[in-house]
Design a protein around this ligand. Structure first.
Ligand code: CA
Ligand code: CA
Ligand code: CA
Ligand code: CA
Length: 512
C-alpha cells in the first residue's frame, strides 16, 4: 500500500497571504499526530510546504480560511489517485461532515470547494472520507482515505472579560506592589496559531494609582500612601489586546471598581481647644451636663473614641463617657451643684483611639485634649420655709382674729422675691384659721372646741410674688388646749403641750 494504489491529495495550503501554493504528496491511509505538529511548526515559522515534502511528510489535511468573503466557492484542494490516467475513468466521491452542504467535490477533477464561509470558532475542523471509484464497474479502486479539512484561524475575536466588571478592595496605605485583584480576558481565536489569541493587558484609566501586569492581568497598588480619607473609590479601566498588544490587534476592556478599606491612620481631634457647657444648679447627679466631640476621620473601630477627664481641681465633680452611636463624649454630673457656692468649673478632657495599628503609630499620637469650662446657672427656686413643719398651740376659747403663730419662708435666689402665704384648704375641711398673706401669721376664724377637734392639720403655701409658679408647702399642726371649764385634772398638766423646741414665732400661748 505504499506506492501504487493510493490516493493523492493535492493540497492548497492556505498559510499566509504570501503562501498559497499547490503541493503534491502521496497520502498514507495511516497518519500520525506528528504530522499535525509538523504542520503547525511549519506554519509558525512561515516555511514553505515544499521543503517539508522532501523530508517525506505526508499531508492529510486541507485548509480552508474562515470567514471567507469571496463571491465564488472557496477552493479547498484536489483529490487525485495515481490510478487516474486522465481518461475520465475515475470518479471521486466525498463523504463525512459537511459534505453536500458545505463541501463538494468535482467527480472527474477531484476539486474540493467550500460553498459557504466557515467559522473556526464554531467548528475548527471537519472529518471527511474520499474515494476513487472505477466509472465503469462502480467499484472502489482503493480503500477509502480519511482526511481532515481544518478551518484556518483569522483574528476575528477580540479578547473579552467574561467576569467583568470587577469589584475589589484593598487597605488604604498599602505599599506599592500590593495585590488588588486579577482580571482575565479570553480570546476565542486559535491560541495555537499566531498571535490572534495572545493577550496583553494594559491600564487605560487608573494610573498612577494602580498598575496591571501585561501578562497575568494582576492589578497592584502603584502609588504609596493612598489615603481613604482623601479618596475612597477608584474606577480603573483595563484593556486586553490580542496580537500581543501590537497595533492592529483587537481589544476589549473591563471596569474594575476598587475601594480602599479603612485603617487607623487618623487620631481623634477636638475641633476647638475650649468647650463651654452650661448646667443649671438644680441638675440631678448623674444627669448630662453636655457633649463634646473629638472628630476621627476613620471608620468604625478605627474611629472609636475614648474620653477621660484629666485629674485636677474640678475633676471629681464630673464624669465623661462615650456615646456609642455618635462617639461624642457625654459629660455627666457626679456631685450636686450649688450656684450660690460655686459658679464655674474647668477641667481637661482627653480623647484617644482605643484600637491602634502599630504600622501607623508614626502618624500619631492617637489622642487629643481640650479644656471644658462648665458654667453653673442660677435656678429660680421655690421659697424655702424656715422649718420643715410647724407645731402651734392655742386655747379652745381663743377669740377669732388672735394670732396663734406664724410661718416664715424666704426666697434664696438673687431676685429675693417677696413671699405671699395662703392656707390650702382640703375639701370638707372646716375653715377655722386665716393666714396673713404678707406676714405669715395664723389666726383663728372660728371658735375652737377641743372636745370636738383637739388637733388641726393645715397646709400653708408660700408663693414667690415675681414667679407665682414657684411655691412651697409646709404642714402646720395646731393643738387645741383645754380651757379650765371643768376642774383641772392633775393628769393633764399644761406642760405636756409645750413644744420643747419651740422657737421664735412658733408658739403663742394666749392667756385670758
Ligand atoms: Ca478566529
Ligand atoms: Ca483575537
Ligand atoms: Ca482613628
Ligand atoms: Ca483611615
Amino acid at each position: 500500500m505504499l506506492m501504487g494504489n493510493c490516493l493523492l491529495l493535492i493540497l492548497w495550503c492556505l498559510l499566509d497571504k504570501s503562501f498559497v501554493s499547490p503541493m503534491h504528496s502521496s497520502a498514507q491511509s495511516k497518519l500520525g499526530k506528528e504530522h499535525h505538529r509538523g504542520l503547525r511548526d511549519q506554519r509558525r515559522h512561515g516555511l514553505s510546504g515544499l521543503h517539508r515534502v522532501k523530508r517525506g511528510w505526508v499531508w492529510n489535511q486541507f485548509f480552508v480560511l474562515e470567514e471567507y468573503m469571496g463571491t465564488d466557492p472557496q477552493y479547498v484542494g484536489k483529490l487525485h489517485s495515481d490510478l487516474d490516467k486522465g481518461d475520465n475513468l475515475v470518479k471521486y466521491t466525498l463523504s463525512g461532515e459537511g459534505v453536500g452542504s458545505i463541501f463538494t467535490v468535482e467527480p472527474t477533477t477531484g476539486d474540493i470547494h467550500a460553498l459557504r464561509s466557515l467559522d473556526r470558532e464554531e467548528k475548527p475542523y471537519y472529518a471527511l472520507r474520499a474515494q476513487a471509484v472505477d466509472v465503469l464497474t462502480g467499484r472502489p479502486l482503493e480503500p477509502e482515505s480519511e482526511f481532515i479539512i481544518k478551518v484556518q484561524d483569522i483574528n476575528d475575536n477580540e479578547p473579552k472579560f467574561l467576569e467583568g466588571p470587577y469589584s475589589a478592595s484593598v487597605p488604604e496605605m498599602s505599599p506599592v506592589g500590593t495585590y488588588v485583584i486579577q482580571v482575565t480576558a479570553t480570546d476565542a481565536d486559535d491560541p495555537t496559531y499566531g498571535n490572534s489569541a495572545r493577550i496583553v493587558y494594559s491600564i487605560l484609566h487608573g494610573q498612577p494609582y494602580f498598575s496591571v501586569d501585561p501578562k497575568t492581568g494582576v492589578i497592584k497598588i502603584a502609588l504609596p500612601n493612598m489615603d481613604r480619607e482623601v479618596k475612597e473609590t477608584y474606577q480603573v479601566l483595563i484593556q486586553a489586546k490580542d496580537m500581543g498588544g501590537q497595533l492592529g490587534g483587537l481589544a476589549g476592556t473591563t471596569i474594575v471598581n476598587i475601594t480602599l478599606t479603612d485603617v487607623n491612620d487618623n487620631p481623634p481631634r477636638f475641633a476647638k481647644s475650649i468647650f463651654h457647657l452650661r448646667v443649671p444648679e438644680s441638675a440631678p447627679v448623674g444627669s448630662s451636663v453636655g457633649k463634646i466631640k473629638a472628630h476621627d476621620l476613620d471608620l468604625g473601630k478605627n474611629a472609636e473614641v475614648e474620653y477621660s477627664i484629666v485629674p485636677g481641681d474640678s475633676s471629681s465633680m464630673f464624669d465623661i463617657y462615650t456615646d456609642e452611636q455618635t462617639q461624642e463624649g457625654i459629660v455627666v454630673l457626679r456631685k450636686p451643684l450649688d450656684y450660690e457656692n460655686r459658679k464655674a468649673y474647668s477641667f481637661k478632657v482627653e480623647a484617644s483611639n482605643p484600637h491602634l495599628d502599630s504600622r501607623f503609630l508614626h502618624l500619631g499620637p492617637y489622642k487629643d485634649s481640650a479644656t471644658v469650662k462648665v458654667s453653673v446657672m442660677d435656678v429660680d427656686e421655690p421659697p424655702l420655709f424656715s422649718r420643715s413643719s410647724y407645731n402651734m398651740e392655742t386655747y379652745e376659747d381663743t377669740p377669732m382674729g388672735i394670732v396663734i403663730g406664724a410661718v416664715t419662708a424666704e426666697d434664696l435666689d438673687i431676685g429675693d422675691s417677696p413671699i405671699r402665704y395662703s392656707i390650702e384648704w382640703r375639701k370638707d375641711d372646716e375653715n377655722y384659721f386665716d393666714i396673713d398673706p404678707v406676714e405669715g401669721t395664723i389666726t383663728t376664724s372660728e371658735a375652737l372646741d377641743r372636745e370636738r377637734t383637739a388637733k388641726h392639720n393645715i397646709t400653708v403655701v408660700a408663693t414667690k410674688v415675681n414667679n407665682p409658679l414657684l411655691y412651697s408647702r409646709v404642714s402646720v399642726t395646731i393643738s387645741v388646749l383645754d380651757v379650765n371649764e371643768f376642774p383641772p385634772e392633775l393628769s393633764h398638766p399644761y406642760e405636756a403641750f409645750v413644744c420643747e423646741d419651740a422657737k421664735v414665732g412658733q408658739v403663742n400661748r394666749i392667756y385670758h
